[in-house]
Design a protein around this ligand. Structure first.
Ligand code: PXP
Length: 245
């Protein structure tokens, strides 16, 4: 059975926020993604609201027919919002204001007391909780101890690896962590930096049942849609030429 695909639509909102316009709409993109076979819509509501806005989460909660996965920092503000909008899953991620994207996994070992309280609050709100962690066995064990439902393995280092050796070592770490987590009864997802050329070795790991992919899908959508978008504008200009004043 193939891995479930969570489509992360953050960067549709990045383009919208570049102009503070009403489009492109991540909600519309989510509905198209679902129509194309996505099993889940994933969004990261960041503290600085650089792409997804609270209103996007509110509307997505109402219209997503598959599942909604909200990535968020483990802060009081975000827990309140998660309980308000009730996504199917919350994926807790570390967040640094100045980072371009989520740079590393959560340190579940060091942050266990705080995370335990946050996980409890979310679980009491009937939300499935996943922890975004590096492929590290200590982190996997700590996630299990905190009674999270699932982990998402950070594939950033794998995606950015430059040499064959670095890549296969990282893949091995991902595989070992996935197997250990599944053995402990945790659901196992993976994501970050996955694209059309590097996804297959990760998707082949039996224990990884879900992949969350954003940037590469949004980037490809731009390229595959460019020709049609330009043609539509040329057609409009032709129409206008018929009635030039
Ligand atoms: N999973 C998590 C937890 C993330 O934080 C991100 C980035 O927002 C992704 C998956 C998607 O990463 P990418 O956009 O590189 O595919």
């Amino acid at each position: 059975m193939r891995s479930r695909l969570g489509v992360n639509v953050d960067h549709v909102a990045t383009v919208r926020q570049a102009r503070k316009a009403a489009y492109p709409d991540p909600v519309e993109a989510s509905l198209l993604a679902e129509r194309a076979g996505a099993d889940q819509i994933t969004v990261h509501l960041r503290e600085d609201r650089r792409h997804i806005q609270e209103r996007d989460v509110e509307v997505l909660r109402r219209v997503v027919k598959t599942e909604l996965n909200l990535e968020m920092a483990a802060t009081t503000e975000m827990v309140t919002l998660a309980l308000k909008y009730s996504p199917d899953t919350v994926t807790l991620v570390p967040e640094r204001r100045e980072e371009i994207t989520t740079e590393g996994g959560l340190d579940v070992v060091a942050g266990k007391d705080h995370l335990q309280r946050v996980i409890r609050l979310l679980k009491d709100g009937n939300i499935r909780v996943s922890l975004f962690i590096d492929p590290d066995l200590d982190q996997v064990r700590a996630a299990h101890k905190l009674d999270a439902h699932a982990i998402e393995i950070h594939t950033g280092r794998y995606s950015e690896s430059r040499s064959f050796k670095e890549r296969s070592d990282e893949l091995m770490r991902i595989r070992d962590s996935a197997k250990a987590a599944a053995k402990l009864g945790l659901g196992v997802a993976a994501g970050h930096g996955l694209h059309y050329q590097n996804v297959i070795p990760v998707a082949r790991i039996a224990e990884i049942v879900e992949l969350n992919i954003g940037h590469s899908i949004v980037a490809r959508a731009l390229m595959t849609g460019m020709e049609a978008a330009v043609k539509d504008m040329v057609e409009l200009l032709k129409e206008a030429a018929l009635a030039k004043t």
